[in-house]
Ligand binder design. Structure first.
Ligand SMILES: O=c1ccn([C@@H]2O[C@H](COP(=O)(O)O)[C@@H](O)[C@H]2O)c(=O)[nH]1
Length: 278
């Protein structure tokens, strides 16, 4: 029986550290690696990262968009990468940011969270902006499969505030409401629940938000977006123990040399450990 995602994630964070490396094959990165912006370049880029880092990094976050842009052949590369990363003991968070009315959400959930699906991932990023309740099919299937979700709560981009910090009639912000839903999903789970939030590391002091949702906080924004590991304690406060900091371009720009990719990931992992006391 598969253990719940929250349990597997905590064990992976304890063993390998909390760093999540994003796999984002931007056209500009392919170019700087001397690769063509085509499926062969995508494949070479992706498996260079997989071979360099699988087995040492706890969590990987492939950005689905960069694979989808090549159509079915790009998605085939993504499927193989997910399988190889999981085979090497890494956890895969598929960054696809899906969100739709409940009946369609059920199909997205089938694509990423049904155990025998070609793109089955340990967790999926989802958007709650059609209403948190619209995510129920994904919540239900994730529970059944031992997978997890990361719900966009406070995203790292400045434009997110317009929606996420809007205040409801009851005086709560939209993002605070999403965090409260997640705390409910995770209530009573040990060592932590499987339903996480995406909370940007770029956002400065978040002490006005209840970040203790008894679940993981996926924190993009370190590296190319300007945040650093040293910022994490000030942004997340006591919840920093549940933070999974994501770095994509900050690591990937060191390729294609495998040793340089590994050295960069190790540097980030060390800096994160030093900052969060893990
Ligand atoms: O709020 C969010 C949610 C997701 N992302 C994604 O994370 C990576 C960040 O890449 P970097 O190169 O480290 O900036 C990327 O895939 C985004 O789509 C985010 O940045 N912010």
């Amino acid at each position: 029986m598969t253990l719940p995602f929250g349990t597997r994630l905590r064990a992976a964070m304890d063993e390998r550290g909390p760093l999540c490396v994003g796999i984002d094959p931007h056209a500009a990165l392919l170019d700087s690696w001397g690769l063509a912006d085509d499926v062969a370049g995508l494949e070479r880029f992706t498996f260079t990262v997989v071979e360099a880092l699988a087995g040492t990094v706890a969590v990987f976050k492939p950005q689905s968009a960069f694979f989808e842009r090549f159509g079915s052949r790009g998605v085939a590369v993504l499927e193989r990468a997910v399988a190889d990363l999981r085979e090497a003991g890494g956890l895969v968070v598929m960054d696809a940011k899906r969100g739709d009315i409940g009946s369609t959400m059920a199909a997205y959930a089938e694509a990423f969270l049904r155990k025998d699906a070609p793109l089955f991932s340990d967790a999926l990023t989802v958007s709650p902006y059609l209403g948190y309740g619209s995510l129920k099919p994904a919540v239900d299937l994730a529970r059944e499969s031992g997978a997890g979700l990361f719900v966009l709560a406070l995203t790292s981009n400045p434009e997110g505030a317009e929606v996420q910090r809007a205040v409801r009639e009851d005086g709560r912000t939209i993002s605070a409401t999403m965090l409260a839903h997640l705390a409910e999903e995770n209530a009573g789970e040990t060592p932590m629940g499987s339903f996480g939030a995406v909370v940007g590391a770029t956002l400065g002091d978040l002490s006005s938000f209840e970040l203790d949702i008894n679940g993981p906080l996926l924190a993009p924004g370190i590296g190319a977006q300007g945040a650093t590991p040293a910022d994490l304690p000030a942004v997340f406060g006591a919840a920093v123990r549940n933070v999974v900091p994501n770095v994509s371009r900050g690591v990937l720009r060191h390729g294609p040399d495998a040793a340089a990719l590994r050295a960069s990931a190790e540097r980030y992992a060390d800096e994160i450990r030093a900052a969060v006391g893990a």
